[in-house]
Design a protein around this ligand. Structure first.
Ligand code: ASP
Length: 427
């Protein structure tokens, strides 16, 4: 029997035997199988002696497409799907990744959800999050607005994990005075992997929405590598800090908002001071496109900064307390200072965040920062560089230039932790 993609196979190679699901892969010189731990491995075709079929792939019954019945006693959650690994499966026929997003398909993939709430779902996009652009933030924000008008009890945005933090920050700036929970949920492993985190992240997000009075934008992901709990993380202060672990998302200069125990479904709040709405929903969805971010490193040249001439905003991811290589007597560094000054003179708003991530920037300790600050660089305190980038583009899209500079250094959506503790660091 010849093995086909989707079959469970045993691959017998020169010095190795591996068992898993055969993945579609005609283009390369490897036989790729998905192991039970969720990882894919490639085995050199030249070394493969035999591929034994352990179990043929069974096509699941096609979804009926019928809407699941609503339970009037349960709250309603809208799921807006934007793409990424979560709620996607490999289609073994074509080898492509397909999204499963209709309410019936979601219930098939994650049957446990049915017990928690009624779900409405819509496909906003089907993309990998590294391809996100500002126009997508606008699209998602307006889809959220529509759901809020329909009076749903909460919204889950399924999203790729790579830039999920940027989108979370963007949505919290765009949507002011949200009066329901809006949770971004991703998965590090796709739903068809044994080790997928998709179901637990979605279940925890749904439990949190139905059991608490939290309002605003936040992120819900695994808190640890085990299947014990999920964390509700602050939208403007969370970063993907690991490429593959299920607990990759961690708060930076902040704490988690709440923890959902997966076994007991109990919710423990670690923070009660999340912002509450104070008026009607306001949607400010414009972004300035010409905003960049530059990371400082040894051996820089001024033309790296000159590249941003004509840009309306630039975030410098400085070293340490917020430094760039601008100190004399090195002429190359004096030139960098001149380039930054000329950017500011030509109207670019230049902001400073730290590549350390933890702790605050400080414009008054070292000469470099003192001079950069004197030249007009705005110091962003303990703001994450990517949040500073999103905020600067958003401010430039919606406010007058004088206000942008002022607002950049003010806390609008929890992006600056005014009560930052010295010992708030990785434990
Ligand atoms: N690269 C993917 C994305 O961010 C990874 C994921 O889906 O989590 O869309």
């Amino acid at each position: 029997m010849t093995a086909k993609a989707g079959d469970r196979v045993k691959v017998i190679a020169d010095n190795d035997i591996k068992e898993g699901i055969l993945m579609p892969n005609e283009e390369t010189d490897s036989v790729v199988i998905k192991l039970d731990n969720g990882y894919n491995v490639g085995i050199d075709k030249k070394k493969v002696k035999e591929i034994k079929v352990v179990e043929k792939y069974k096509e699941k019954e096609e979804s009926t497409g019928k809407k699941p019945k609503k339970d009037s006693k349960k709250p309603t959650i809208a799921i807006l799907h934007t793409g990424g690994t979560i709620a996607s499966k490999v289609d073994y026929e074509t080898g492509g990744v397909i999204a499963k997003f209709s309410p019936s398909e979601l219930m098939e993939l994650f049957p446990e959800l049915k017990k928690i709430a009624n779900f409405d779902s819509r496909l906003i996009d089907q993309m990998l999050s590294e391809d996100m652009r500002f126009e997508h933030y606008k699209k998602i924000a307006n889809a959220i607005k529509k759901e809020i008008q329909k009076k749903v009890d909460g919204i889950i945005i399924t999203h790729g994990t790579d830039t999920l933090g940027y989108t979370a920050a963007a949505l919290s700036f765009i949507l002011e005075n949200i009066d329901i929970p809006v949770l971004l949920v991703g998965a590090q492993r796709s739903s068809d992997r044994g080790s997928s985190d998709a179901a637990m992240n979605l279940v925890c997000a749904s439990e949190f929405i139905t059991k608490t009075d939290f309002v605003g934008v936040a992120i819900c992901m695994h808190e640890s590598t085990g299947d014990n709990s999920c964390a509700i993380l602050p939208a403007t202060k969370t970063r993907k800090l690991h490429t593959s672990r299920r607990d990759a998302f961690k708060p930076v200069n902040d704490t988690i908002i709440a923890r959902i125990d997966y076994d007991t479904r109990k919710i423990e709040f670690l923070k009660k001071d999340y912002p509450k709405p104070n008026g009607k929903l306001v949607v400010k969805d414009k972004f300035e496109d010409k905003v960049g971010i530059i990371k400082c490193h040894p051996n820089m040249f001024c033309d790296q900064f000159d590249f941003f001439k004509g840009y309306k905003g630039l975030v410098i991811e400085g070293t340490g307390l917020g430094h760039a290589p601008v100190d004399p007597p090195n002429k190359l560094h004096v030139n960098i200072m001149d380039s930054i000054k000329s950017l500011i003179k030509s109207g670019t708003i230049v902001a400073m965040a730290s590549q350390c991530l933890f702790g605050e920037t400080h414009p008054h300790v070292y000469t470099a920062a003192i001079n950069l600050s004197k030249a007009g660089v705005v110091y962003c305190k303990d703001m994450l560089p990517e949040t500073a980038f999103v905020k600067l583009a958003w401010l430039l899209g919606n406010y007058k230039k004088d206000d942008v500079k002022k607002l950049m250094a003010e806390n609008l959506r929890g992006e600056i932790n005014e009560r930052l503790m010295k010992d708030e660091f990785l434990d």
